[in-house]
Each structure stands twice: as structure tokens, then as C-alpha cells.
Design a protein around this ligand. Structure first.
Ligand code: BTN
Length: 328
């Protein structure tokens, strides 16, 4: 477990002796050294100089709720509630789901530098290395039950692409229902989870994982084609700025979504869609349907032109695979 107090001490980017750190944390120098070793194993770059102590090499890269709020006000974002920031957590989605039951999480956000049990769709694990990427969840209350949420995950994809616009990444777009891709490689994923009464008032937790600056170990951990934003854009990406942009665009989209539903962002979704007119395979359980993607309907269902005529598929039930030139 990362010592959050140690991270707070190191966050200034200055040298701190093992002795001074030990005194601040109430532990021995040996215990400090062990913690520093642990951080190094997690891929955190720490400079260690005899007589001076330890220094975080990229302290400016760490997440900070204050910096996120500064960027939010520069962006003119609508007011947010709490922003809870963790050095380490099991899952930011799980945290907000639990808080939702206790206190409500409307307009609240949670971010973490590392997730030990980051969740992906379909029960998969979301690789969440320390201080490299963005792991962010936001809560939102809907008063008219889950029926009003159709197409929400697609709308979140649109909000993410808008947040990433200033990076001007060639080939950035969406794969139905809500993967953010660069070409054929995944740059971000979305996981929406619900808490509350499905017929009346419910709160959704919108979880967003964005690959920003992946470590070399990522290839061994991720079993699908992926890309990170710094590689795709050739730019240094400030995660505090990015977090603020994501929160700002999510809030804007959610305010509109409560009024218009998916219909209000359908055109924008089509403009970002990477597979319009492409031949695809749709996997429904253990069956496979071949067709050409027509787009999405007013609820966000996938419209497919198949040999049997047009069919519409809903998000929860199917997976989509592009067919390449060889027919696979
Ligand atoms: C996907 O499989 O494409 C969805 C990935 C969603 C990952 C994010 S990271 C922040 C939030 N907390 C989680 O445990 N999962 C989501």
C-alpha cells in the first residue's frame, strides 16, 4: 500500500532526507527506505542522493484537486461538488457507488493515481498503473429512472472526444458503443454503473479510464490493441488539465442529456463514429451476425444492414468486431 502521507511530503518535488521524512511520518528511516523502494517498483521515478535524501522526479505530473479546480474555473465549468483524490484505491467507481448509498454523489468526482481493482466492462480488469493515466469517476442523479439513460454511455464517449479535441489527435473517434479509439487502438474506456431505484431516482457512476502515458509493462497487462495520448498526440499531457476538461465536458453533456436524452448528441456521435459504412461482425452470445454498420438509432442502438434486412442491437447484449480486408 502506498503511504499517502509520504506522497504528500514528496509532492513538492524537493529533496527530503530519510530522517526528516521518518520524523514527519512517525516511522524509522528504514521504513521510509522500504516505502521508497515500493514506489520505485511501481514505476515512480525517485532521485536518491547521499546527503540530500529523496526527490520525486516528476512531481509536477501528480494529480492535485486544487490544480483541477483551477483548470475548471479557467474553462468556465459549471460548479462541481466534492473532488476526492486518492493516491491508491481499489476502484474509483466502487468508491462513488458506496458513497452514493451513504450520502449521494450528484456532481461529485473521484480520481486516483493507482487502482488496485480497476474495473473494465464485461468483468474485465482495467490496468491502472501509478500516476500514468487518468482513472476518474463522476456521479450524476437522474430523476426519471433507468429508462431515461438509454444511450448515456455513447453520449459519454462524445464528451470524452470533446475533452480531447485540443490534442488534435489524427484518427480519434468512437467505436460503438463507447470505446474511444485512435484508428483501431483503444485510448480510453467507459464503465457506467448504477445505484438506487431503477424506476425513479437513481444515481449513475460514470467511470472513465484514459491512457495518457503508459509504462513499458503495459503490453504484458493488456490483451487488446491500445494506445496512449502522449504517443498519439506527440505532446506532453498535463493530467490535471485533462481531468478538468473531462469533468467540464461530462457536466455539459449530462446537463443537456437530462433534457434531450441521446437524441441531443446523436449527430455528434455519428460525426465521431469510426465504423460507419464498414463491414462488421456482431457477436450475440455465441452467435455471429455479419452486416454493414448504418449508424445508431435515437436510443443509441446499433443499426446494422444484414442479409435479412436492417437489425438493431442494444449495448448490453453484443460485441462488435471490425472485419478486415481478409474477411476476419
Ligand atoms: C472498459 O472496459 O472499456 C471500461 C474501463 C473503465 C475504467 C475506469 S477507470 C476509472 C473507473 N473506475 C473503475 O474501476 N473503472 C473505471
Amino acid at each position: 500500500m502506498i503511504n499517502a502521507d509520504l506522497m504528500k511530503c514528496l509532492a513538492d518535488g524537493l529533496f527530503h532526507s530519510g530522517e526528516a521524512l521518518g520524523a514527519r511520518l512517525g516511522v524509522t528511516r528504514a521504513a521510509v527506505w522500504k516505502q521508497i523502494q515500493h514506489l520505485t517498483e511501481l514505476g515512480v521515478e525517485i532521485e536518491s542522493v547521499r546527503g540530500k535524501g529523496y526527490r520525486l522526479v516528476h512531481a509536477q505530473h501528480l494529480l492535485s484537486a486544487d490544480r483541477i479546480r483551477e483548470h475548471l474555473s479557467e474553462l468556465g465549468a459549471a460548479p462541481l461538488g466534492r473532488i476526492d483524490l486518492f493516491v491508491e484505491i481499489d476502484s474509483t467507481n466502487q468508491y462513488l457507488l458506496e458513497r452514493s448509498v451513504e450520502a449521494g454523489v450528484h456532481r461529485s468526482a473521484c480520481l486516483a493515481e493507482l487502482q488496485t481493482a480497476g474495473r473494465g466492462r464485461r468483468g474485465r480488469r482495467w490496468f491502472s498503473p501509478f500516476a500514468r493515466n487518468l482513472y476518474l469517476s463522476m456521479g450524476w442523479r437522474f430523476d426519471s429512472g433507468v429508462g431515461a439513460l438509454e444511450g448515456l454511455s455513447l453520449a459519454v464517449g462524445v464528451a470524452l472526444c470533446r475533452a480531447l479535441e485540443p490534442l488534435q489527435i489524427p484518427g480519434l473517434g468512437l467505436k460503438w458503443p463507447n470505446d474511444v479509439l485512435v484508428g483501431m487502438e483503444k485510448a480510453a474506456g467507459i464503465l457506467i454503473e448504477l445505484s438506487g431505484d431503477v424506476d425513479t431516482v437513481c444515481e449513475v457512476v460514470i467511470g472513465v479510464g484514459i491512457n495518457v502515458r503508459m509504462p513499458d509493462s503495459a503490453n504484458a497487462e493488456i490483451d487488446q490493441a491500445w494506445v496512449d495520448l502522449e504517443t498519439a498526440s506527440g505532446l506532453d499531457v498535463d493530467r490535471n488539465w485533462l481531468a478538468a476538461r473531462v469533468l467540464c465536458e461530462l457536466t455539459r453533456m449530462l446537463e443537456g442529456f437530462s433534457d434531450t436524452g441521446f437524441a441531443g448528441v446523436r449527430d455528434a456521435w455519428h460525426n465521431l463514429h469510426l465504423h460507419g459504412g464498414s463491414p462488421v461482425r456482431v457477436l450475440v452470445g455465441d452467435r455471429e451476425v455479419h452486416g454493414v454498420v448504418l449508424g445508431v438509432d435515437a436510443q443509441g442502438g446499433l443499426r446494422l444492414d444484414t442479409p435479412e434486412g436492417e437489425r438493431v442491437f442494444k449495448g448490453g447484449e453484443v460485441r462488435l468486431r471490425a472485419i478486415d480486408a481478409a474477411g476476419f
